[in-house]
Design a protein around this ligand. Structure first.
Ligand SMILES: *Cc1c(COP(=O)(O)O)cnc(C)c1O
Length: 308
């Protein structure tokens, strides 16, 4: 984007709260496409901020599609914003933000807001070219830095909206103050300096490699994980698997695969969350993994499955 990218001292969740507080009021109605835990978090957040929210349920493991968006906007006209999670980390599902955004643009005046926390630096995401109005990311996932910073960027439309709000509902998260400070190369409050230095360093590494190359690399490692697991007899959970992580059904004959990977191989994978706790596990491959790393993990999964 050519817009200012504001770095806030909080995790990704704080970045979303900042974006919501600066673009929405209790007089608005916001549509959230809920295909997993993070989308649910944003619906809950809107409720806690007193902002009416229309939660559109989408089956976990399925992406948010143009058809769902068009139909939902037709049934619920007059929304001021739409929130979509680019990569839903709870199910390892990526949605086609470019297509979703153009459908939102065509069928409403809503601000198109994207949780890109686990997709930035993994999947292509072009804020200006795809006409996205709000993009929120954070330091600790695809940007491969320590946790603790959120990155937020607003389009001209979103800034216009922010300027038009009558009452400022937050001080720490006042993005107009953050922007004014940004223009003087400062931050409104004490920045988390060590984290900023770390982020600067990891962004330098990503830029040196080249963003298209970084996206391709994640595509390659994800492909190896997916193909090796399928080949070994596992079933993938998502109908639109993200390159950030792979969600896999827990095999009937190996329900304790998460523990076995840890104990037998020293490999940490994640369980499913909430309702999916007993049905899936998730292999993360965001970041500077090489082919050997993911091949080792996939090989360990195969050995465990075939030794039981
Ligand atoms: C990790 C994550 C977040 C943010 O979580 P924080 O713990 O607040 O940084 C938000 N959305 C998605 C999709 C995530 O994966």
């Amino acid at each position: 984007t050519q817009q200012p990218v504001l770095v806030l001292g909080c995790s990704g969740t704080g970045g979303v709260e900042a974006a919501m507080l600066n673009t929405l009021t209790p007089d608005d109605r916001v549509m959230v496409f809920d295909n997993g835990r993070f989308a649910k978090r944003w619906a809950l957040m809107l409720s806690s901020l007193g902002i009416p929210c229309i939660r559109i349920p989408v089956t976990p493991g399925l992406p948010v599609t143009e058809d769902i968006v068009v139909e939902s906007l037709r049934r619920n006209p007059g929304c001021s914003a739409v929130w979509v999670v680019h990569c839903e980390t709870s199910t390892g599902t990526v949605s086609d933000i470019r297509t979703v955004a153009s459908a939102v643009r065509e069928h409403s005046d809503a601000l198109m807001c994207v949780d890109a926390v686990s997709s930035i630096g993994v999947h292509e995401l072009r804020m200006d070219a795809w006409a996205l109005d709000v993009v929120v990311a954070s330091s600790q996932k695809g940007l491969t830095s320590p946790a603790g910073l959120a990155v937020v960027s607003l389009s001209d439309r979103a800034w216009m909206r922010a300027r038009s709000l009558e009452r400022n509902r937050t001080m720490y998260f006042d993005l107009m103050a953050a922007r004014a400070a940004y223009e003087r190369n400062r931050t409104p409050w004490t920045p988390a300096m060590l984290l900023v230095i770390a982020l600067d360093t990891s962004l330098g590494l990503l830029i040196d490699e080249g963003l298209p190359q970084v996206w391709e690399r994640h595509g390659r490692t994800a492909d190896i994980v997916r193909n090796s697991l399928l080949d070994a007899g596992f079933t993938l959970f998502s109908a639109s698997p993200a390159d950030a992580l792979t969600a896999v059904f827990l095999p009937d004959k190996l329900p304790d695969i998460v523990d076995r990977l840890k104990i037998d191989y020293g490999i940490t994978v994640a369980r499913g969350q909430d309702a999916l706790a007993r049905s899936i596990f998730r292999i993360g491959h965001i970041g500077p993994y090489i082919v050997d790393d993911v091949a080792f993990v996939a090989g360990a999964c195969r050995s465990l499955l075939h030794s039981t």
